[in-house]
Design a binder for this molecule. Structure first.
Ligand SMILES: Cc1ncc(COP(=O)(O)O)c(C=O)c1O
Length: 341
């Protein structure tokens, strides 16, 4: 069977999740009567040291709810040009919320805090800045981790200019495990976070918006507007609770598999991997080092029973996750080396 390294979203619910889903105590969550959803929301808020959280169907909805709370129509949000918010959310910031992105560049999805400060605009310039959005870890940046000190400096910029600071924390768990930074240290830096249970943590569905009590009350209203209110959501929250309680620490195995694969490929195929960029569960391959482009390399890998995705004309992404064992990773590394011919 092919080894599927296209995404950590491919992970299917574990047996413990399926049992928890079957046994979940449920009620109507729009009446605030679903005990399992409430338990998940309290647990995830506590992990990040915040007052409250709201279970939402997807990371996209979590981000968009936060964006709508962070920035009024006709105002701007500063973000790296490669953020998920800009690439993969249907242009919702503009289409649904009238928010203009002021984009910045920087290595692997990270932005220099001084550059952010320099881009803040006030009303006299036409589109006043109201928010900053960062992504931890950075997906298109190859799973890069924002260092805590850099985030603290970004917090300083936000405070200095009175801006809302949002974190797309779809994979913040990976940053926590890789950098050894407690989740509540991250939580303390942001006015809002959106975190996903459905990526490397292997839950089938679900994300949470996290913030103070007032923000979460307003998030509930925005979730309703976007059609994200759920009824017996405890069936899904039960799996997310198993993810939160039992699947975070094991991400270290995915990181180790990514690193070992990257080291094998880098030493056999010169120029194929920038090793110091491999920080969590992703490895970016430079297709040119294999004598082809990204679609060509994806095809060669598929022929060798390794599935991967092209993320740029010359870049292929490998994502390591719960359904890829250490043995699978070694087998994939041999296939990737063979793809160089
Ligand atoms: C960084 C990041 N943010 C947000 C999302 C959106 O999550 P969802 O697919 O649940 O909408 C993803 C999805 O892969 C992501 O990688």
């Amino acid at each position: 069977m092919a080894i599927d390294l296209r995404s950590d979203t491919l992970t299917r619910p574990t047996p413990a999740m399926r049992r928890a889903m079957a046994d979940a105590e449920v009620g109507d969550d729009l009446y605030r009567e679903d005990p399992t959803t409430k338990r998940l929301e309290a647990a995830v808020a506590e992990r990040f040291g915040h007052q409250a959280a709201l279970f939402v169907p997807s990371g996209t909805m979590g981000n968009q709810i936060c964006l709508r709370l962070a920035a009024a129509p006709g105002t701007g949000c500063l973000a790296h040009e490669d953020n998920h918010l800009l690439w993969h959310e249907g242009g919702a910031g503009a289409r649904l919320s009238g928010i203009q992105f002021h984009t910045l560049s920087g290595p692997r999805g990270l932005v220099d805090p001084q550059a952010l400060r320099a881009r803040v605009r006030t009303a006299e310039y036409g589109v006043p800045t109201s928010a900053i959005a960062v992504e931890q870890t950075h997906n298109r940046g190859g799973g890069a981790v924002w260092p805590l000190e850099t985030l603290a400096a970004v917090r300083g910029v936000a405070d200095g200019a009175g801006l809302h600071l949002h974190c797309d924390g779809a994979r913040i768990w990976n940053a926590h495990v890789a950098a050894g930074v407690p989740l509540e240290r991250y939580g303390a830096l942001f006015d809002s976070l959106s975190v996903c249970f459905s990526k490397g943590l292997a839950a089938p569905v679900g994300s949470a918006v996290i913030g103070d009590r007032d923000l979460i009350e307003r998030a509930r209203d925005e979730r309703g507007l976007l059609g994200g209110g759920m009824r017996q959501s405890g069936v899904l929250a039960a799996a997310a609770l198993v993810a939160l309680e039992g699947m975070v620490d094991r991400l270290a195995e995915d990181h180790a598999n990514a690193r070992r694969t990257a080291e094998t490929v880098a030493s056999a195929v010169p120029g194929s991997v920038q090793l110091d960029a491999v920080q969590t569960n992703m490895v970016m391959l430079h297709a040119g080092a294999f004598g082809t482009d990204a679609p060509g390399l994806v095809k060669r890998l598929a022929d060798l029973e390794v599935l991967a995705g092209a993320t740029a004309p010359d870049q292929v992404r490998l994502v390591f996750h719960y359904e890829v064992s250490a043995g699978d990773a070694d087998q994939a590394a041999r296939a990737i080396v063979a793809a160089a011919g």
